[in-house]
Design a protein around this ligand. Structure first.
Ligand SMILES: Nc1ncnc2c1ncn2[C@@H]1O[C@H](COP(=O)(O)OP(=O)(O)OP(=O)(O)O)[C@@H](O)[C@H]1O
Ligand SMILES: [Mg+2]
Length: 304
């Protein structure tokens, strides 16, 4: 059975007009740690070469710590996915997956065996959506209503996620409903914390212009306050507490000179400041959407 994601966030801090768990979610379950049993199949369309892996809780798509994108991409996946769940957006179950020292030893493909060898220990996974297909805005545009599109655009602008474009939508349609996947490129500030000053924290994220749902969405300003109100500092801390030390102790974080606690503190301060009003990312998404909508008739006229 596929379930929507579950995370442990403090419900008391959420406004009462914002029901959190209507999406087949169970509150107060922590991120599970599963054991990888069998490498089933690589997903070659993914740049990081994720794979379907059988675990003690069924099939998951594992994003490997030893892939080129590194541990920070896995942390972005976790933080973004859990924040999306807190906002009731549809994300497959998230889990940590433990790879034993012997896992993948008989894998014949050298590229895969190299990644597996570097990924012993903790990795990040999303439940495998069996039979899902990649969302294509032209083919499946009516499967996402405008309100949901607006909320997804807001989330991606908050997270500085450049990876939800028409070319690479990183959304799947499963049982005629959309699911958000692949947040590994989000939160890109964490690749260079040293250069993250106040201006960068409040980056308006103009890349939102390329978001596949931007012109399908309503004005982002219409959801801005309500969404930001859900992501209180308690919710953000609850999410960060679930990011395991095993990931935050990776060399990528040590290179910043950070302990896991210090790494969490950086994310907390970045996200809490970004979420403070006025939110430049929401204002910009709103403005860019209006500009794009006003361009559409011009493009049509020009083609004639
Ligand atoms: N939970 C899932 N269930 C089913 N298929 C999935 C799931 N997650 C990913 N996939 C499939 O695997 C592909 C690659 O996954 P994903 O986009 O997460 O990898 P990536 O390496 O981060 O990719 P990218 O090249 O976009 O950076 C997706 O496009 C999708 O087709
Ligand atoms: Mg992808």
């Amino acid at each position: 059975m596929i379930r929507a994601g579950v995370i442990n966030i403090p419900i008391a801090s959420v406004p009462s007009n914002m029901p959190l768990y209507s999406h087949r979610m169970t509150p107060s379950r922590t991120l599970p740690t599963l054991s990888a049993r069998r490498y089933v199949q690589p997903l070659r369309e993914g740049g990081s070469l994720p794979a379907i892996v059988d675990t003690d809780d069924g099939l998951f798509v594992v994003k490997f710590r030893g892939a080129g994108q590194g541990a920070k991409a896995l942390v972005a996946e976790l933080i973004s996915g859990m924040l999306a769940m807190a906002l009731e957006l549809p994300v497959p179950d998230l889990a940590l997956v433990q790879l034993s020292e012997t896992f993948g030893r008989s894998e014949p493909d050298p590229e895969i065996s190299d990644i597996l060898r570097k990924s012993h220990g903790i990795n990040v996974a999303l439940r495998y959506l069996d039979g899902a297909f990649n969302f294509d805005a032209t083919a499946a545009g009516d499967l996402i209503d405008a309100r949901l599109a607006t909320r997804v655009v807001w989330l991606d602008a908050l997270l500085t996620n450049p990876d939800r474009t028409a070319r690479n939508t990183n959304m799947m349609i499963w049982e005629r409903s959309p699911w958000l996947i692949d947040h590994g490129a989000a939160l890109y500030a964490h690749h260079d914390w040293a250069s993250v000053d106040t201006a960068r924290v409040h980056s308006p994220f103009p890349l939102i212009r390329d978001h596949v749902l931007l012109t399908h969405a309503q004005d982002v300003a219409s959801v801005d306050e309500q969404m930001a109100a859900v992501l209180t500092s308690d919710v953000v801390s609850g999410v960060l507490e679930q990011v395991p030390d095993a990931l935050l102790a990776d060399a990528a974080f040590q290179a910043d000179g950070d302990t896991p606690a210090q790494a969490r503190a950086r994310y907390a301060s970045y996200l809490n400041e970004r979420l403070a009003s006025p939110r430049a990312f929401a204002l910009t998404a709103s403005k860019v959407r209006a500009e794009k909508l006003s361009e559409v008739p011009l493009q049509r006229t020009a083609r004639r």
